[in-house]
Design a protein around this ligand. Structure first.
Ligand SMILES: Cc1cc2nc3c(=O)[nH]c(=O)nc-3n(C[C@H](O)[C@H](O)[C@H](O)COP(=O)(O)OP(=O)(O)OC[C@H]3O[C@@H](n4cnc5c(N)ncnc54)[C@H](O)[C@@H]3O)c2cc1C
Length: 384
């Protein structure tokens, strides 16, 4: 067991820090105020080689293990988890889904362009009436002589409005529930397929989400990725990777808030001494630090298991649930330590506080992860 970061990990951590400070921070505040994501950031990540750390080199990724990839996410998210997710999401959930389930032809055709940042890729599972329970998918795929006829709606899709390519799930036989679900690729501009931005977010305003509509959209046979019965399972493998990076991102958010709080607590004087000299503030900072350490090691541990190909369902839920809920608590403490200054977006703690709630929801809510852990421990499913 080695708890030290190796030279390569330190190098990627520094590289990610420099990139985030130079390419993300300068536009972050304005993007959040204007509820705007700059898709050009995806190409900048591609040029820097940081867009797809975990993807195999043969498809244009860095081929890094999941611990090193998590360290990169942690560092980028110290500036903004929302912006990191918006920029890197293509190679993660949808990218991993295509890598696992796509044909050689599909992978060669699409993955290199996705990993370079030449093509925006989105993954669409969630629907207005199918959130945590994706077996309720209502989008239908009806097999026809020369392909598939698609009808339905997807919602909350990261980069859904901008995506050049989307991998999505659809029901081929309602009577089979989750076992009837297949997955398909659809390109921007396909007749019957529309992409609509979703406005009015209170969180992740520097990211972009959209709804997708399929109205008698015809897709050729070669656009099928997973056959009926495998669509949901294969999508969940992509979501597993997204969960890891959301956990790592939450660690970065928490760490950024801790560092800002320590600095502020040393500088801000009230009642004749720095507020960091008051015992209640010290106690809060100590608790923040200890909880962040626990989040980090839960995350690195499951990243290591995933790299080694070990089963890790329970451990992924530990990391995703604990790290994001910890970050929710840590960001709130950090804002309180900064007093009213913390409630303005000039301070990183205010921006993190605004954003963090979202990471507790996507990639599985806290409740879903607790039930997943419970099912593993008790061998009884509370889902059915
Ligand atoms: C910024 C953002 C980006 C997103 N990007 C994508 C994307 O790219 N692709 C995609 O497919 N989706 C995406 N999503 C959707 C996201 O994955 C879903 O919102 C999430 O899975 C939860 O679904 P829901 O919102 O329908 O909540 P619901 O499932 O309706 O849950 C509502 C509440 O009920 C609780 N609950 C549900 N079931 C149970 C249970 N059995 N026991 C106890 N409590 C329960 C939940 O924990 C939650 O608190 C995104 C969402 C956001 C906010």
């Amino acid at each position: 067991m080695d708890f030290e970061l190796n030279e390569e990990q330190l190098m990627f951590r520094d590289m990610a820090r420099r990139f985030a400070e130079q390419q993300m921070l300068p536009t972050l505040k304005e993007c959040m105020r204007e509820e705007r994501f700059d898709p050009g950031l995806i190409k900048k990540f591609g040029n820097a080689g940081l867009l797809a750390p975990h993807m195999p080199q043969e498809y244009g990724g860095l081929g890094l293990d999941y611990v090193t990839s998590s360290i990169i996410w942690e560092e980028l998210s110290k500036i903004s988890l929302a912006m990191t997710q918006a920029a890197l999401s293509g190679p993660i959930q949808p990218g991993t889904n295509l890598l696992d389930a796509g044909s050689d032809e599909q992978k060669k055709k699409w993955l290199p362009a996705i990993c370079r940042g030449d093509l925006i890729f989105a993954g669409a599972v969630v629907e207005p009436n199918a959130g945590s329970d994706s077996s309720l998918t209502e989008t239908t795929a009806v097999k026809q002589d020369e392909g598939w006829l698609i009808n339905g709606n997807k919602i909350f899709i990261t980069n859904g409005a901008e995506a050049d390519l989307v991998i999505f799930t659809a029901q081929t036989d309602k009577s089979k529930g989750g076992r009837g679900i297949a997955s398909f690729l659809v390109e921007k501009g396909t007749p019957g397929f529309s992409q609509i931005p979703q406005r009015g977010k209170i969180s992740w305003r520097a990211g972009s989400e959209g709804t997708l509509r399929f109205a008698d959209c015809r897709l050729p046979m070669e656009n099928q990725v997973s056959p009926p019965g495998r669509g949901l399972r294969d999508a969940l493998r992509g979501i597993d990777t997204a969960r890891l990076f959301l956990a790592a991102g939450a660690v970065g958010v928490s760490q950024s808030c801790l560092e800002a709080s320590i600095k502020y607590a040393k500088e801000r004087v009230q009642f004749g001494k720095p507020i960091g000299g008051h015992q209640l503030i010290q106690g809060t900072i100590a608790e923040m630090a200890a909880r962040i350490e626990a989040s980090r090691w839960l995350t690195y541990r499951v990243a290591d298991m995933k790299s080694k190909g070990l089963p890790h369902i329970k451990e992924m839920s530990y990391a995703k649930w604990f790290s994001t809920e910890t970050a929710l608590w840590v960001t709130a403490q950090a804002v309180k330590i900064h007093g009213s200054f913390g409630t303005f977006d000039d301070y990183p703690v205010g921006r993190h506080y605004q954003d963090i709630i979202t990471s507790t929801i996507l990639g599985g809510t806290a409740e879903i992860h607790k039930l997943t852990i419970g099912r593993q421990l008790l061998d009884i499913s509370a889902f059915t």
